[in-house]
Design a protein around this ligand. Structure first.
Ligand SMILES: [Zn+2]
Length: 313
C-alpha cells in the first residue's frame, strides 16, 4: 500500500471527519432538505448516540432529518467510520473475509454491509454515455473450457468467450448469463448482464448508451449486424480468420480491433476472483460496482471520495 493511502486511511479513523466527508459530498453547496429540497434549514443538535451526526430542521416543510437520512448509510449500529472503511476496502477489492479481518468484524456482518453498499451505489450510478470509438463484445461467465490460458483454437472460436469465474456454490453452474461490455477507447465502460444475446436485447442497451454516429468495433458475428441501421459506424475484426487487429488505412496503427474490451475482460476476471460463489442475482451489482470503480478512475477521481459521492450525492 502506498504511503499516501496510509495517510488517507489514518485520517478516516475519525467519525467526525467521516461525517464531514459525507456532508461535503452530499451538500457541496449547503444543506438541503431531502423532503422538499429547501435550503431554509437550521441545525437541530446532534444524534443521541453518534455525537458527530448533525440533525437538521427544515423551515419550509418542518421536516426533521440528519446527515445520513435517506442514504444507505442511515440506520446502522456500526459507526460511520466502519462503513467508510468498508467502502474503502471494497474499492481495493478485498473479499468480505479480508475486510472482516481488517475491521475486526464477523464475515456475515461484513457481507451484509458490502451488499448494501454495492447495491446502494449501483442503484444511484449515473448513466454512462460513450462516444468516439467504442468496442462492444460479450463474454459468458463460468469455468474456462479447453486448454489452460484460454488460448483460442484455430477456426471458428466459441461465440461467447468465457470469463473463468469462481467455482459456484450451486450458483451459476447451470445458467451462466452472458455479460455485454461496451467500452470507449480511453474512456468509460458499461457492463450489462444479459438474458440472451439477441439483437432485441442488445439494441436498447447500445442505443441508450452510445451516442449516434459513433464508430463501433466488434467481432464478425451476426449479433452486431444491424449497427449501421441503428445509426452507427461499424468495423468488424475477423477472429475466425485468425485476425486480431487490422491496419485499414495503412498508417501503421491497427485501428480495427477489439483489444480494449478483451483487455477489460481480463481486468474483470481478476476483479471477480476474490469473491467466491457470486449468485446470478448478485452478479449485476458486482458488475455495476466494478464499472463504477473503473469509470471513476478514468475520470481521474480519488476513489474513496467518488464512492462516498456515489452513495450520497
Ligand atoms: Zn423540507
Amino acid at each position: 500500500m502506498a504511503a499516501s493511502d496510509l495517510v488517507n486511511l489514518s485520517g478516516l479513523l475519525d467519525n467526525a471527519k467521516c461525517f464531514a466527508l459525507v456532508r461535503q459530498h452530499r451538500w457541496p453547496t449547503g444543506v438541503r432538505c431531502p423532503g422538499c429540497d429547501s435550503s431554509a434549514v437550521t441545525r437541530d443538535g446532534h444524534d443521541d448516540t453518534q455525537l458527530h451526526r448533525q440533525r437538521y430542521r427544515c423551515k419550509t416543510c418542518t421536516g426533521r432529518f440528519d446527515d445520513l437520512t435517506a442514504t444507505v448509510l442511515a440506520g446502522h449500529h456500526q459507526p460511520l467510520r466502519v462503513w467508510v472503511l468498508c467502502l474503502y476496502f471494497m474499492g481495493l477489492n478485498l473479499s468480505n473475509r479480508q475486510i472482516a479481518a481488517e475491521l475486526g468484524l464477523c464475515t456475515s456482518d461484513v457481507q451484509a454491509m458490502t451488499e448494501q453498499l454495492r447495491g446502494g451505489l449501483v442503484a444511484r450510478a449515473p448513466a454512462v454515455t460513450l462516444q468516439g470509438e467504442v468496442e462492444v463484445d460479450e463474454v459468458r461467465r463460468g469455468r474456462a473450457q479447453g486448454p489452460a490460458g484460454g488460448s483460442r483454437k484455430k477456426g471458428r472460436p466459441g461465440r461467447c468467450r468465457r470469463l473463468a469465474g469462481a467455482p459456484g456454490r450451486g450458483t451459476l453452474e447451470k445458467d451462466k448469463p452472458p455479460i455485454l461490455g461496451l467500452i470507449q477507447r480511453g474512456g468509460q465502460v458499461l457492463l450489462h448482464m444479459l438474458a440472451n444475446v439477441q439483437q432485441k436485447t442488445i439494441k436498447p442497451i447500445i442505443t441508450g448508451a452510445v451516442a449516434p454516429g459513433t464508430l463501433i468495433h466488434t467481432d464478425e458475428y451476426g449479433t452486431y449486424a444491424r449497427l449501421e441501421r441503428w445509426g452507427y459506424g461499424h468495423k468488424t475484426i475477423c477472429h475466425g480468420r485468425g485476425e486480431y487487429a487490422r491496419d485499414e488505412d495503412g498508417d501503421g496503427f491497427c485501428e480495427v480491433h477489439v483489444n480494449t474490451i478483451e483487455g477489460f475482460w481480463s481486468l474483470l476476471r481478476s476483479w471477480l476472483r476474490p469473491h467466491r460463489g457470486i449468485s446470478q442475482e448478485k452478479l449485476p451489482d458486482y458488475l455495476g460496482f466494478f464499472q463504477f470503480v473503473h469509470n471513476a478512475r478514468r475520470r481521474g477521481r480519488a476513489l474513496l471520495g467518488a464512492l462516498i459521492a456515489g452513495l450520497v450525492e
